[in-house]
Unconditional design. Sequence first.
Length: 298
Amino acid sequence: MNARRFFAILAAASAGILPFPRLTHASDPPPDRLRRQGGTIMRPHPRHFAVLMICALLGTACSSPPPPATATPAPSPSLPPSPTPTIPLPTVKPIPTATLAPAPTPLPTYREEFEKTLAPGWTWIRERPTRWSLTSNPGYLTITLEGGTFHRNLLVRDAPSPNFEISTHVLFTPKSNFQFAGLLVYDSDESMATLGRAFCNLTGKCRGNAIYFDNLQDGQYAASNFATTTVALDHAYLRIRKIGTTLTGAYSEDGKSWKTIGEQFIHMETPRVGLMAGQSNVVGAEAMFDYFEVVELP
């Protein structure tokens, strides 16, 4: 059914001229209220009118052309995602932990400062009590030099180990032959080594007031005494180091910069260490010792 015909039928129905077959229904009005036209009973019936209205609406819906289809845009081609550049992070090298060298183990040390009394462990060999003092010059051991066949007032103590180092600072100005004050490594009167300030004017082996390093073994002196002149003539820092059978002698003008003057070789079983001042043909010269120190060596 096209739209034109449908609307014509709808108009006739609306005017009440559309023929319908007569139906008998309990709700029909009396015959005298019906209109007749051409022998055909014409009546608008509400139920028929509602049906016509529904058909009109459906016809309109059916006859209306469908809306044009909306073209669905083709999806844009999806581009593959650009690869994200991977920037490698720099490898951080761990900072090596600094390995500190272990602090050297302090070597056992004995130091005598000569304050008022001597510490235990000291021994005098042929002591002359009136020729030494700790009070005439406080803080110093003062020894008055003597002569004679045997050395007097040798102050010694046991060496702490087979290898050791001994040192001292002596204030002394020798003026006559053989006066001596300094360090002593002692085994007996026939075997000893000395390093100190002394005076000697013998031709060939002596340099007057100087540092001398003598070695007496079995009653015989070694060939060299390593006579060494110094700038200062009234004091000296002295040091002897023993390693095995070798003694190394050194001196210093200031106690900091040391100069080795030579080596002596000994064969002592159990040497003792200490200080000595003597060998003087003139009585009255004095030597003052500031300290004595001994260090055990490996």
